[in-house]
Structures are given as C-alpha cells and as structure tokens.
Design a protein around this ligand. Structure first.
Ligand code: 3H9
Length: 692
C-alpha cells in the first residue's frame, strides 16, 4: 500500500487497484480528498498491471458529501466536477464501494463510477436541500437517468436517505456485498467485471428512464404543488425541480452546467448560509465547555414522570419510544386514566397512519406503569416532575421526592419559568437536581432546554446531555433565569405584541407579519391555541387587560370557538371585528392614541427586543453561545430555519442597524428597548454574534 496523500492510499490486489480515502470523521470532500481521488484514479490508469479500480473509504462511512466547512471560503483545485470527469472518463472500470452514508457529493462521486456495490446497511441520498442547496456535482442530472424524474424529485426534495436494498431494486446500486466484507466483495466484483469484459457504463449516457417523461411538464407541476406548503419561504426547492426538469429536457452537459450555476448562486445565498449555520449549531449545542469525555455519565434504565397531564404524557412517550420503561404518577385515578388513554390514543393514531404497527403500540404501552403510589418513584434512575407551573407545589413535590427517590437518582423539573435552584434547595441533594424543559407537544418538538442549576453536578448534566439524543431531542444547556432562553425571549415579543394592538395594529396584522417572516404562527393565534385562560382565574379577573376581558366574555381561545379570533367548526380563524372594537375601546379608556403601524415597525418591535434579550442572556452566561439561542428558537418555536435563528438573523440585518433601531424605539417608547451592553460592544466593533 502506498500513500497518495495524507488522506488517500493506493494498493493493487491482483488486477484491481483500491483507492482508499481515510479522512475522519465522515470522509467529506475536502481539497485533500478530491486530490486523493483524482490522483488515485490517474495512478490506476497509468498502471499497466491494473484493469479496474475500486474506490473505498476507511472508517465509519463512504464520503458523506462536500466538506461544508469549506463552503464560502476560496476553493482550491482540483474542483469536484473535474474529479468526477476524471472518474467517469477513466478507460478502466471504476467501482464505488459504499458503506455508511454516501450523501450529497459523496453519492455524486458514486454516480460517476461505472459500477456501484454496497453493503445492505449503507444509505444513499442527496440531502443538499436541507442546507438550502441543490446537488451541485451532477446529482440532479444523473439520478433521474437511473430512477426517472419522479423518484429523483422525491429523493432530492425530501433530502431523505434511502437504503442500499432499495437502491439495488431501483438499479442505483449494481450489487450488494456481505455486511462487513465490503472490501473483499468489491475486489471480487471488480475481478468479475474484468473477466466479463464489462463495458464502461456511464450514467450520463442512459436515457430509458428520461424518454417517457419528455414533454410532460405536469410531472414537475405536480412536484411543485406537492411541496409548496412544506417549502413556503424556501428558495432551493424550485431550483431543484427546474434542474431535474433540465435533466429530462436538455442534453447532459447543458443540464450539468445549469445545475452548477444554480448551485453556486444558492451557495452564496443568505438562506443556505443560515441552514449551514443551523447544521453546525445543532452539533455545537451538544458540547458543554467544562464537560469533557472524562466526566462519567450515569445509566438511565428507567424513568419516573410526575403528572399525567399533556406535558407529563408527552414526556413519557419520548422514553417509551426509546425503549426506556416509565412509571407515571398522578394523584387522582381519573387524571391518571385520562393521561394513559391519551398516550394510547396518540400511538393508535400513529398506527392508523401506517407509521407504527399495533404490536409496536402494545410494546410501548407495556413499558408504561401508571400508578397513584408516589412510593413507586423509589425505583427510577431519573424522575421528571411535570405538574402545573406553581412554585409552592413544585417545592412540596421535591421535598417529598427527596425522601423517596433512591440515592444517586437524577431529579428533574419540567418548569418553563421557575427558579430551578429554589426547587433544588428543597432537597438534601441539589447536585442531583436540574431542569429538563420540554416543549409542547413534548413528544414532537425536538428541543430540550437542559437547565443547569447552581449546584447541578457535572455528571448529572453530562448524563442528561447524553440522554437527549437517545430520546430524539436536541439538548441545549442553559442557565437558571426567568423563562430560561426560549421563554425569556418570547416574553419580550409577547409584551410588544400586546402594546402594538393597543397602539393601532390588529391581532391579524401582527400575526401576519410573523407568518410572512416564516414563523408557523403569530402571538395571538398562539395564545388562542394554548388557551387564553392559562393562569387566569374568574375570581381575580378585573378587566385590567385585553386577555382578562376576552376570558370574562368566554372567549378563551380555540377550544371555546373564540379568542382573539373567531373560529368555525373546522377551527379556521377569522379576524373578529368585535375583538378589534374591544381593543379600541380599551385603548381609548387608557388614553392610548391609535395610529397606522407599518409591517416593518411591527417586525422590528417584535424581533429586535428578542435579539436584545438574547444578547443579555449571553452577557449573563445563561447560554454558552449565540448559536445555542438559535437552536432553541428553531427547534422549540418554529423559527424559520432559512433565517438561521434570531441571533444569526441579527447578523444578517447588521448589528449596527439593530442597535440603531433599538435606540430609536427607546427614545420613542422607553426602556423596554434599552440596548444590551454586548450588542453595543459588538456593533461598535463591527462584530457579529456568530463570531463573538
Ligand atoms: C454537498 O455535498 C454539495 C454537493 O452536491 C456539491 C459539491 C460541489 N462536511 O452528524 P455527526 C462533521 S452538500 C464537514 O455528529 P453522525 C460534523 O460537523 C453536503 N463536516 O455524525 C461533526 O463534527 P463534530 C451534503 C461534516 O454519525 C462530525 O462530522 N452532505 C460533514 O450523527 C460528525 O457528524 C450532507 O449534508 C460535512 N459534509 O452523522 C451530509 N458532515 O464532531 C451532512 C458531518 O466536530 N452530514 N460533518 O461536531 C450528515 O448528515 C451527518 O453528519 C452524517 C453522520 C449522516 C454523515
């Protein structure tokens, strides 16, 4: 074996050359990998003893795509399209041997080889859409030639990987290797190709799957219709459709040229930068500065959940799904039965949609132990309290839990606002206490705010951080403060929304500004969905706020058919002239002059105070990095991924602009807009949150 360069080796076995790429962690197509591939294939070409070449990767995966860290930086030769030309135009057959994940540019490398062999566990895919891109090295041109435009559109528009067996059935992979024996089987396969004098088949020359689609624009119109809702606000998806259409309608070289142009344009777009930022932000969030691999984690074999309400039930489902048994405790039988019935119903609904078998439903329900006996919490390794938001009640529960839970068990509260340290102080083991703040619906939303208390031990924090991905969550570590990261920033937005409607904007105007921005819902639609009467009581209500007036009138949100909006039987919202009149009258009573408010002012007043609060959170060390705040908002509140999160968005607007607008609003409306010191500093330096 000889080294081609630091990441590529060359070996000859019999008549077959093996070019092995070894560039951990995922063999991404860095300059060195591209060079290794090119030089490897050229060496095999020049070697008279060689009659075929196998491209193979060391480590856990075949090439998982372009090196995303290189995007946006000056690129060094050889460029990927040139490398691919070299492979495709080789005079001796090239076999790509796939294991792990052959994604994006990696899959495109495989598509230029003359033959592909894969182990059954391998996965192929073109996930570029998730990065705001389209495949940029022939993927949109070659895949349709193998599987037809419809299937290619499914793969490219979903970004979802498909398995090697499927790839084999579709004709994308020519042969399956035995699991764990890829190298040997690929060598044997190449030897057979040599013996059979197999032709140098090029995907680019195939036409049989394209011909039937030619002159049929309806195929692409259907894809557009099917994806319009899901990709509202996104740019790349329509380019992907256009490019696959080019595969059908244009000669290969022209299609590739146009694909490359569109890829390059998207690469420079703010959307793709935002989506790439989120890719790395999600991975960075898992890293906690003072917790290295030396910190031992505790085994979590079973979990207790206190409270079988909406949150408790949703939280329990996460663990049941991950195969971890759950004991769920309630104080009244009725509430317990209701909670368990809802969990079952959720699973059965999933089964009805074909996404789970009834046997799986039963297996999950069998892992659930409902009980009224608090003493059952002596067993679990982790107990999560999920009762309603009341400090006295939570304190009382933790005091009791301290006497029951076994030594070393982790005690977590699902509070969304309250002081985790005060809750921990009710126990004699505050080092075992932390917050696990799930987002509703807890079995769906991917965010978990992990609230690190003043005394939380490193081992407890490391355990919960490692548990998050096991239950399908992205864990973000945050510090103790009112509302932590997400709800603390949300409070800023809600306050301004409330002020804006008194000053003359309507609830539907405010909501529309945010849905146009890309959020799934505005503050008033969200309040109606949650119920306006959360935390409201008829006894203490004094018609002192719009919300109190609406609740007193029985307009308590969607569930009562009316809230800020009127709802029909299908829960479609309609603006309510009655509510608008209530707001006008209330404003008049308070002496607040109403005026036309521009959409731009609404957006700035809703979003800039959030960014400002994010800066304060960073200043206070309540979040580790700005990108963690972005992850919270994307995973927990539906912030549009193509805007990269509030802090990334601030960078795209320019921190100086954000600061200037905050100062202008401060002069007009007071200290709700007082800029954070960190924002002042970064704006003065010409800095950004991403680089801070
Ligand atoms: C493309 O290919 C464009 C082409 O069409 C055209 C080109 C001209 N680059 O996720 P993990 C890092 S677009 C750089 O934790 P897993 C990652 O940051 C690209 N780095 O592991 C992490 O680093 P760290 C199309 C990458 O086992 C480490 O590897 N390809 C890349 O859960 C481990 O990652 C994609 O979009 C990369 N491409 O999952 C694939 N990929 O340890 C993106 C990973 O420092 N990647 N890293 O935090 C993935 O989907 C997953 O990483 C993968 C492994 C499934 C491969």
């Amino acid at each position: 074996m000889t080294a081609i360069n630091p990441v590529a080796d060359y070996a000859v076995e019999g008549e077959v050359a093996v070019v092995t790429i070894n560039s951990p962690p995922v063999n991404a197509l860095s300059q060195a990998v591209r060079e290794g591939l090119k030089l490897g294939v050229e060496k095999a070409e020049a070697d008279p003893a060689v009659k075929a070449t196998v491209i193979h990767c060391a480590g856990r995966t075949f090439i998982a795509g372009a090196d995303i860290t290189e995007f946006g930086k000056p690129h060094a030769a050889p460029f990927l399209p040139d490398v691919l030309d070299r492979i495709e135009n080789a005079k001796k057959p090239v076999v790509a041997a796939l294991h792990g994940t052959a994604l994006g540019g990696g899959f495109e490398v495989a598509l230029t080889a003359h033959y592909r062999i894969a182990v059954p566990s391998a996965k192929c895919g073109l996930p570029e859409i998730k990065l705001g891109l389209i495949p940029g090295a022939g993927g949109t041109q070659r895949l349709p030639r193998l599987v037809g435009p419809e299937k290619a559109l499914d793969v490219i528009l979903s970004g979802a990987p498909f398995g090697a067996r499927e790839a084999h059935q579709w004709g994308v992979v020519d042969a399956l290797a035995e699991e764990g024996k890829l190298r040997e089987d690929a060598l044997a396969y190449a030897a057979r190709l040599i013996a059979d004098k197999a032709p140098l088949t090029k995907v680019r020359d195939r036409d049989e799957k394209l011909a039937p689609a030619r002159g049929k624009p309806e195929i692409f119109e259907a894809a557009r219709k099917a994806n319009a809702r899901r990709y509202r606000g996104f740019e790349a998806w329509e380019k992907a459709i256009e490019s696959v259409r080019n595969a059908v309608e244009l000669p290969f070289d022209e299609g590739v040229k146009k694909e490359r142009e569109m890829f390059m344009a998207l690469l420079g777009s703010t959307q793709s930068k935002a989506q790439r930022h989120v890719f790395f932000a999600e991975r960075a969030a898992a890293k906690i500065a003072d917790i290295g691999p030396d910190i031992a984690t505790k085994p979590i074999r079973s979990v207790g959940v206190i409270g079988a309400g909406t949150m408790g039930g949703g939280i329990a489902m996460n663990f049941l799904n991950a195969g971890i048994p759950v004991t769920i405790v309630e104080t009244a039988k009725e509430a317990l039965d209701r909670g368990v019935a809802i969990i079952r119903r959720n699973y059965e609904t999933t089964a009805k949609k074909g996404r789970m078998t009834m046997a799986e439903v039963e297996a999950r329900m069998a892992r659930l132990t409902p009980t009224l006996d608090f003493a059952a919490l002596a067993e679990p390794d982790l107990v999560i309290e999920a009762v309603y938001e009341n400090m006295d009640l939570k304190k009382q529960i933790f005091g009791k839990l301290d006497g029951i839970a076994r030594p070393g068990a982790i005690l977590a509260t699902n509070t969304s606002y309250l002081d985790v340290d005060a809750i921990a102080a009710q126990t004699k083991r505050p080092e075992d206490v932390l917050g696990m703040h799930f987002f509703s619906p807890a079995n769906v939303m991917r965010l978990l705010e992990i609230v690190r208390g003043e005394k939380t031990s490193k081992s407890v924090l490391a355990t919960v951080a490692a548990l998050a991905p096991r239950i399908g969550k992205v864990g973000v570590t945050v510090g103790v403060c009112y509302g932590f990261v997400g709800n603390r920033m949300l409070a800023e937005r809600q306050r301004e929304a409330g002020k804006l409607i008194l000053e003359g904007a309507t609830p539907s105007q405010v909501d529309k500004v945010l849905t146009d921005f890309g959020l799934p819902m505005g503050p008033f639609a969200m309040s109606d969905l949650a119920g306006l009467d959360i935390g409201w009581s008829a006894e203490t209500s004094k018609r002192a706020t719009i919300r109190e007036i609406l609740c007193e009138e029985g307009r308590r949100g969607q569930k009562t058919g009316a809230g800020f909006y009127d709802y029909d039987a299908e829960r479609n919202a309609k603006a309510s002239p009655h509510v608008e009149a209530i707001i006008r009258a209330f404003a008049a009573e308070k002496g607040i002059a109403q005026r036309e408010i521009s959409d731009q002012e609404i957006l700035e007043r809703l979003v800039y105070p959030m960014i400002n609060e994010g800066a304060k959170i960073l200043e206070e060390g309540k979040a580790q990095r700005a990108s963690d705040i972005d992850v919270v908002w994307i995973m927990g509140y539906g912030w549009p991924v193509y805007r990269g999160g509030p802090m990334f968005y601030a960078d795209t607007v320019g921190l100086k602009t954000v600061l200037d607008r905050l100062k202008a609003y401060q002069a007009q409306f007071g200290d709700d807009f007082r800029p954070a010191a960190l924002l002042e500093k970064l704006a003065a330096e010409g800095g950004s949150f991403s680089k801070a």
